[in-house]
Write a protein that binds this ligand. Structure first.
Ligand code: TIU
Length: 223
């Protein structure tokens, strides 16, 4: 079984490739392209695009190594029975979850905007988790898939750093999974929140996990 050491903060981490999954959180058109949910909340969606190429490079290397790759998509059922009022009533009422936008109904499963961006589209066989919440564990089959595959450690990428990435890492941390976060594979509409979000993960001896970058993971995978 191949074990690699990856340089990270607060310290290097050693992982077994067969027990590690790459999790790509919510790299969806609704968050990364104009006209979707991210923009409806008043955000500049261009701020997230820097994460696309590092994620792409990591996915390519992970596929070559045969790592388990799991994608998530935030979104709701067409009847919105899984969308809490407290979540729906955010932002401009004309462009809220479920309203019609240029990419279909905003953040509704099956609509073009809710799907993953073409640059990072899942390959056949890679699990795609549709989640109604911020975290990947809440009301999904995510943990069952991790358990069925003997996964102990997660490499978590995606958007946004302080919302869905952070929530998933916190949920994973409480369940005993070690999380390694390549900061350049994540992004936020607020660069300050991105930086502080990463600092929060690795603070206090790695209270929620480890922080690295795509280059250090690629170097370890190639070594
Ligand atoms: N608004 C925001 O920063 N994020 C979300 O609503 N969802 C995710 O982070 N995926």
């Amino acid at each position: 079984m191949q074990t690699i050491e990856i340089d990270a903060e607060p310290e290097a981490i050693t992982i077994e490739l067969a027990k590690t999954a790459i999790v790509i959180i919510d790299m969806q058109r609704d968050f990364l392209e104009p006209g979707g949910f991210g923009e409806s909340l008043g955000n500049d969606v261009a701020l997230l695009s820097a994460a696309i190429e590092p994620c792409k490079a990591l996915l390519r290397a992970a596929r070559q190594k045969g790592l388990l790759i799991i994608h998530t998509r935030e979104g709701h059922l067409p009847d919105m029975s899984d969308a809490h009022k407290a979540k729906v009533e955010r932002g401009d009422p004309s462009v809220r979850i479920g309203e019609m936008g240029p990419m279909g109904r905003i953040l509704i499963r099956g609509e073009p905007g809710q799907d993953i961006i073409p640059a990072l589209y899942p390959q056949a066989g890679e699990p795609v988790i549709d989640k109604p919440g911020k975290g990947a564990f809440y009301a999904t089959e995510f943990e069952a898939i991790l358990q069925a595959n003997g996964i102990a450690d997660l490499i978590v990428c995606g958007v946004t750093t302080e919302v869905c990435v952070h929530t998933t890492i916190r949920e994973a941390n409480d369940r005993g999974y070690r999380c390694l976060v390549p900061g350049d594979c994540c992004g936020s509409y607020n660069p300050e929140f991105h930086e502080i979000g990463l600092r929060m993960i690795k603070a206090q001896g790695g209270i929620f996990g480890w922080v690295t970058d795509s280059q250090r993971i690629l170097a370890a995978l190639a070594g």
